[in-house]
Design a protein around this ligand. Structure first.
Ligand SMILES: O=C(CO)[C@@H](O)[C@H](O)COP(=O)(O)O
Ligand SMILES: [Co+2]
Length: 221
């Protein structure tokens, strides 16, 4: 099952709950929430109080992407605020195994993210702990960047690695995804698709319908 996870980083923050409801009604399965701390990445975006306040706007899955140094400090707070999936960066954790176990103990789905330059071998001893691997297809920190073409191969190799181990781990891709590269990234093996600018710029409903039309070709396979 392929899921669409619109990134609210590109939403109109003045009308955030309206934008989320539009994405929900147009057929998004997840809502992707980018948390940036100004340390792990240059930008500062939003945090726990915002998540708490938009929780009542939708019952869709809150897919929380923590671009935060030492994220274990905040996991319990994000769970309390309404996160359903928490993804931490391998590069941002001093003790990745401990942090992933801690997310699981808090009762939510566990994700691990890799920057474009981080090799897949970073997953060797943690793949069994996670429900989802997020492959960054841009360098984290900003919306609206161009997709890095080398990431197709990374996703293909990760899908093979997951199959070899007999797992069923989701592969999420995040950054620069558009209707033009969607086919190729799904064919490489991604099944959770994050898109910010290409959903929230323009007509949200039309954009989501176009994305879902492409995705639906793969659902019957
Ligand atoms: O995590 C990030 C950026 O660091 C993303 O989730 C972006 O928000 C995706 O935005 P687009 O590249 O789709 O505009
Ligand atoms: Co993200």
């Amino acid at each position: 099952m392929i899921k669409l996870s619109p990134s609210i980083l590109a939403a109109d923050f003045k009308n955030l709950s309206d934008n989320i409801q539009k994405a929900d009604q147009a057929g998004a399965q997840y809502i992707h929430i980018d948390v940036m701390d100004g340390d792990f990445v240059p930008s500062i975006s939003l945090g726990v109080p915002v998540i708490q306040s938009i929780r009542s706007a939708t019952d869709k899955i809150f897919d929380v992407h923590l671009m935060v140094s030492n994220p274990e400090r905040y996991i319990a707070d994000f769970v309390k605020a309404g996160a359903d999936i928490i993804t931490v960066h391998a590069e941002a954790c001093k003790h990745l195994d401990r942090t992933l176990n801690f997310i699981k103990q808090n009762g939510v789905k566990v994700g691990v993210a890799l920057n474009p330059s981080t090799p897949l071998s970073a997953l060797d001893y943690v793949l069994d702990l996670v429900d989802m691997v997020l492959i960054m297809t841009v360098n984290p920190g900003f919306g609206g960047q161009a997709f890095i073409a080398g990431m197709y191969d990374k996703v293909t190799r990760l899908r093979d690695m997951i199959k070899d181990k007999g797992f069923n781990t989701d592969i999420e891709v995040d950054g620069g995804i558009t209707q033009d590269n969607l086919d190729k990234i799904i064919e490489a093996g991604a099944n959770v698709i994050v898109a910010g600018s290409s959903i929230f710029q323009g007509d949200i409903k039309e954009n989501i319908t176009s994305f879902n039309n492409i995705i639906s070709k793969y659902e019957s396979m």
